[in-house]
Design a protein around this ligand. Sequence first.
Ligand code: HSE
Length: 440
Amino acid sequence: MTQALRIGIAGLGTVGASLARILTEKAEMLTTSCGRPITIAGVTARDRNRDRGVDLSGVEWHADALSLASNAELDVFVELMGGAGDPAYSAVKAALARGIHVVTANKALLAAHGIELATIAEKTGALLNYEAAVAGGIPVIKALRESMTGNTISRVYGIMNGTCNYILTRMEREGLTFEACLKEAQRLGYAEADPAFDIEGNDTAHKLSILTSLAFGTAIAADDIYLEGITNISIEDIRAAADLGYRIKLLGVAQKTDSGIEQRVHPTMVPVDSVIAQVDGVTNAVAIESDILGELLMVGPGAGGNATASAVLGDIADIAKSRPGAQNVPAFGRPVEALIPYQRAQIQNHEGGYFIRLTVVDRAGVFASIATRMAEQKISLESIVQRSKQHTEGVEPQTIILVTHATSENAVRAAVEKIKAEGYLVGEPQVIRIERPKAA
Ligand code: HSE
C-alpha cells in the first residue's frame, strides 16, 4: 500500500478533538478516498489527561507545538491552537521551513503573518492550507483560490462569525438579552477564547482580510479595516429593522471602488427578502460577485467542532491525494511576489443606504428639522417614520427612524452632526449601513 500520510495535531480543543475522532472513526473510508491511510503521528495539547472521546494512547505526545513541528516525522502539521502569536506562529514557521505542509484554522495568525508564511511555504515547496480559517465548513477558500481563477471580482461579503449571527438571531426571535445569547454561544463552543474578538468584529475582520487578498490579489491588510461590532445593537434596532423590511447582520464586506478597496465590518441592514437575511443562528454565508460567474452565494455551518474539522479534513485530504512533484497551489492564489499592495478606500467615501434611529424630545418642528437637515445634505429618503409612544407633549421621548436612498457616508455624518447640534436628541443617534445583494 502507498505510504501513509503522517499528520501532527497541535491543539486538541473542540476542533482538534473532533478531527481526531473523525480520523479514527472514518479511517477506512478516508483510506479508500485518498488512496492512502492518514495516521496521527504526533499530538500536543495543554491538558494530556482530558477525556476527548477518542483513544490517543498510542500517539506520541510532544511537550509543545514547536517541538511537534520541529522534531516529529510528519508530512502535515495541523495547527488548531489559535492566536496570532506564539506558540502557533513559531510552530507553523518551523514546519514550513522544514518543507512540512501546514493545515490551519487560525485566521488571526494568517491575518497577521499570512504573507510571511506564504513566502516560506513557496521557498520550501510546502502547502499552506487554511479552508477552516474562514466561514467554518464553507469551501470559500477553494472557491476563490482555485475554482474562480480568471474571474474579476467586484465584491465579496458575508456573515462570517457564527457567534454574532447566533446572538442576533436569538435576540430577534426570542427577545433574549445580548448577554444570555453570548453565554449560550460560548457553551456551544462557537465563541473565541476571548469572545470580545467575536462581538467587537475582530474575528470577522481577520477572515475578511484573507478573502480580500484572495479576491483582489492584494497583500493582506488586516489593520486597514473599518470595524464596528454588534455590542451597540439593541432590541429596538432589531425590531425597527423588522418593521421596515430589514434584518440586522454583522457583515464583512470587501468591495472595489474608484478610490481603492473598501474593507469594512459592521452591523448591516439587509433586505428581509434577500437570501442572506434568512441565514440564521451559527450558519455563515459568503457571497462573491464577479464578471464571469456572476453571483455565487455559499451558505453553511460557520463554527463548532465538526464544521471546522470538516474543512480541516478536506485540506488534509487534498494533500493526501496530491501527486508527488505536482505544482503547489500558492497560499493566496498567486505567488507572493505577484500580490499587489492594498489600497484602502476610506469609509467616509462609502456610498450606500443608511438606517438612522433618533430618540427625540416630543415637540413640534422636530420632524421638519430632521427632514431639512437631510435635504441640506442632498440625502434622499426612502422612508421616515415616527414611533409614537403615549403623546403628552414634552414628556415622553419619541423615536424617529429614517431610511435613506444611496448617499455618501460623508453626507450622513454631516447631517447627523447638525441634528445633534439642534438640542432635541435624547442619547446618541444610531446609524446602520444598508447592504443590498446584487439582485435585490
Ligand atoms: N468564533 C468563531 C465564530 C469561530 O463564532 O464564527 C469560527 O471561526
